[in-house]
Ligand binder design. Sequence first.
Ligand code: FPP
Length: 243
Amino acid sequence: MTLPKHIAIIMDGNGRWAQLKRRPRTFGHIKGTRVAKKIITSCSRRGVQNLTLYAFSSENWLRPLNEVSFLMRLLRRYLGRETDNLIKENIKFSVIGDLSQVPSDVCEAIKNAAESTSRCTGLNLVFALGYGSRQEITAAVKKIAEQVAAGQISCDDINENLVSKNLSTYPTPDPDFIIRTSGEQRLSNFLLWQAAYAEFYFTEVLWPNFTESHLEEALKSFSSRQRRYGKVSTDVNLEKLSN
Ligand code: FPP
């Protein structure tokens, strides 16, 4: 089975899952965190090299204050509890996104987890937090413009590679597989530039119900797809199709 080099997941449906159970949305986020933990371990043990989880978007700040602070507390608790486990599993943790609105105790927990796991060489685990792709691209454009203005580079030096290098995801390779749960079929400002050649996988399953077998199913689907990057099929692939 061909494994993706970088899986990115939009973990959607926590709120609906809780509502279906007539419980508060926060109950869904608690279950969602447990599921995230399982999927992280599963990816790590399968030998996936990079996993990015959309934990909190730049637009999520617009949610009711109590839900936002609950999510922040959940994240701090998760990092506090899980850092030792991450080290044990050789998982390197980092964050992308704008942390300026993230409470200082959560920033501290993030910094601590990132520093403690910085020498781990297994799964590269990235949480997208306060993340928005348009904001990220805009920041990259600004950085490049500043380099031009300072005479460090010329306009002719601007190419795709330079743009990629100025994004917060650098040096993680672009995601080749993007999964979104809960039936929604959109990117919601997630890794817009980086998703140029990604395969997409949408499932109706709500994130709190997402299991390792659902992950297995998704990975099988990825493995069965032909990736041509705009080129034509090789003779080998054509032969496969005619059989
Ligand atoms: C989407 O469900 C989920 C989020 C906005 C947060 C995702 C966060 C977690 C899974 C928990 C945090 C993760 C870790 C690892 C600490 P939704 O609330 O948008 O659901 P809905 O679309 O049904 O309303």
